[in-house]
Design a protein around this ligand. Structure first.
Ligand code: 3HC
Length: 283
């Protein structure tokens, strides 16, 4: 089955970024979310990002119009039923993702592929709730999706070679560089990245330095493009906490305990850029 159009579940930060990249590379996209408000917000974000690319001269106004014309939005899963590939980009919650995968499995053609953009949840476990485990795979994009070059392709225990190869080929078509990773909590990148971010919250909580100095330390001392606390705000503190919770539960190792300050900020609704306030405050 050739991947000539893509369904996406979830119009949030990752879902709308993936929709934009697919549409810019010529693929019709059906973007589904539970509310018109979420879809409108997702589309507005695509428009803003395309405008940035125009300003930079990466694309022209006609490319923007063509990309937007390729994105169809819907609040009904039924509109996904003809998609050869659906990428699930819902919030990082196991029960929710299981519900979505079951729903997609009952709806899609038997040969269709379901990919999850999960940050840390087991692809093997998600695949097991479907009747097509060999056609379930992880396709992990990075934020901001239009800018970041990587896609981690995660093979669950039962993911077939054909499924792996099909999504790898798609990642290349989208101008991304894929790496292939075996299923394990957080895969490769988040396994390394998120514990570092969590440690930055411990450093902050211990009062060792100001947020600005912690971030400047890692920017200037390690050549990171932004510091770990600013990156947490970009990723979403709730996502960082969800990933740490998966590590803590799955590895059963205290080195992965989520920092209490991170938990506090999430409890307060300070989720980062998307809520206007995380470690820092945004206009
Ligand atoms: N759409 C289009 N273009 C964008 C964009 C977007 N959403 N966001 C940034 N850009 C472009 C800008 O236009 C700019 O282009 P230019 O350099 O050609 O002019 C370039 O990216 C840099 O943007 P800014 O000048 O606004 O700001 P920065 O220099 O700080 O760059 C950044 C922003 C690219 C986000 C950079 O800070 C960065 O690379 N940060 C690290 C990002 C990162 O590590 N992401 C991975 C997170 S982990 C993850 O996503 C996994 C998940 O599971 C948790």
């Amino acid at each position: 089955m050739s991947i000539d159009n893509v369904g996406i579940v979830g119009a949030g930060t990752m879902g709308n970024g993936i929709a934009q990249v697919c549409a810019l590379h010529g693929l019709p996209v059906t973007l589904v979310d539970i509310s018109e408000t979420a879809l409108a917000k997702g589309l507005a974000s695509v428009v803003g990002s395309l405008d940035r690319l125009i300003k930079k001269g990466t694309i022209g106004p006609a490319d923007k119009d063509a990309a937007l014309a390729r994105i169809r939005t819907s609040t009904s899963y039924d509109d996904l039923k003809d998609a050869p590939l659906v990428i699930e980009a819902a919030p990082e919650n196991l029960e929710l993702k299981i519900r979505i995968l079951r729903q997609l499995d009952g709806l899609l053609a038997p040969e269709a592929i379901i990919a999850s953009n999960t940050s840390s949840i087991s692809i093997t476990q998600l695949a097991a709730v479907t009747a097509r485990a060999e056609r379930v795979v992880g396709m992990h994009f990075f934020n901001p999706v239009p800018v970041m070059a990587l896609v981690e392709i995660i093979r669950g225990l039962q993911t077939s070679d054909a499924t792996h190869d099909a999504v790898r080929e798609l990642a290349l078509k989208l101008g991304k560089t894929p790496i292939t990773v075996k299923n394990a909590p957080g895969f490769v990148v988040n396994r390394l990245l998120v514990p570092m971010i969590n440690e930055a919250f411990f450093v902050l909580a211990e009062g060792l330095a100001s947020p600005e100095d912690i971030d400047a330390g890692m920017k200037l001392g390690c050549n990171h493009p932004i510091g770990p606390l600013a990156l947490a705000d970009l990723i979403g503190l709730d996502v960082c906490l969800a990933v740490m919770n998966v590590f803590f539960a799955e590895f059963n190792d205290s080195k992965y305990r989520p920092c209490p300050l991170l938990k506090e900020m999430v409890a307060a609704g300070r989720l980062g850029r998307k809520t206007g306030r995380g470690v820092y405050t945004y206009a």
